[in-house]
Design a protein around this ligand. Sequence first.
Ligand SMILES: Cc1cc2nc3c(=O)[nH]c(=O)nc-3n(C[C@H](O)[C@H](O)[C@H](O)COP(=O)(O)O)c2cc1C
Length: 243
Amino acid sequence: MVIQKVYENIESCFEGIVVAGNKIGRKIGFPTANLNIQSGINFPTLNGVYSVEIQHGDERFGGVMNIGVKPTFEENLKEKVFEVHIFEFDKEIYGELLKVEICSFIRREKKFRNVEDLKKQLSEDCDTAKEQLLNKNQETHYQAHYLQEFNRDIETTVIHLPDLDFVRFCEEKFSVNRGVYNTVDKWFAEHQVVNIIRRRMTILRFLYWVTVYIPRECKLEFGPKGLTEQLSFYYMNHVKGEK
Ligand SMILES: Cc1cc2nc3c(=O)[nH]c(=O)nc-3n(C[C@H](O)[C@H](O)[C@H](O)COP(=O)(O)O)c2cc1C
């Protein structure tokens, strides 16, 4: 079935060239490499902190990545930054290429009251990332199981459920509330995904895509404009042009 391919093809790798940031990271004891993204990104860019593996030349390191707008320091950053803090790494690598692979989501980005609170959180993020990277294989196994179960559900029953049951399935399976569901449904309807069965497939694919790194126990929330941003990205890369 076509849908299975879409799910299996979620890419968690990308490449970026290291560019100069504001150098605050170094001052607070967490130097980061700010990345200018080179390869096409095919995963949801939800603002937040992720555990990652980083390839520099032939060497591979663990690390943490923040995708976001650094609200503690910046009032109104227009473009998201992708920055990685690499464990046990202390080299000048401006202009060099890093390959990053996402392992798992850790938390959402937030505005801290002061630098001390941010530093404390960063240290906890590093501990969480190290733990997640150690358990990486187990995690992958869990996701594969989730995927199989999910594909079977879709093929057999979900897509033909009565309206309310379909909505409830989405709420439960992806931990989204009714408001998020309604916005997603309306957004696709307004973007020419008119046929009901096709729209349901598209909604399921989108919700799967946007939650793939978010642990099930974590309720999915989007910041201001966050949901529309993810919908536009998904639509441009996965829906537009589809028959
Ligand atoms: C793992 C990690 C988590 C981060 N989390 C946040 C956050 O929640 N809120 C925030 O405002 N900035 C966060 N940042 C961004 C820092 O504020 C940023 O690294 C710092 O401002 C240094 O930026 P610079 O290298 O451009 O100077 C995080 C950075 C990293 C590496």
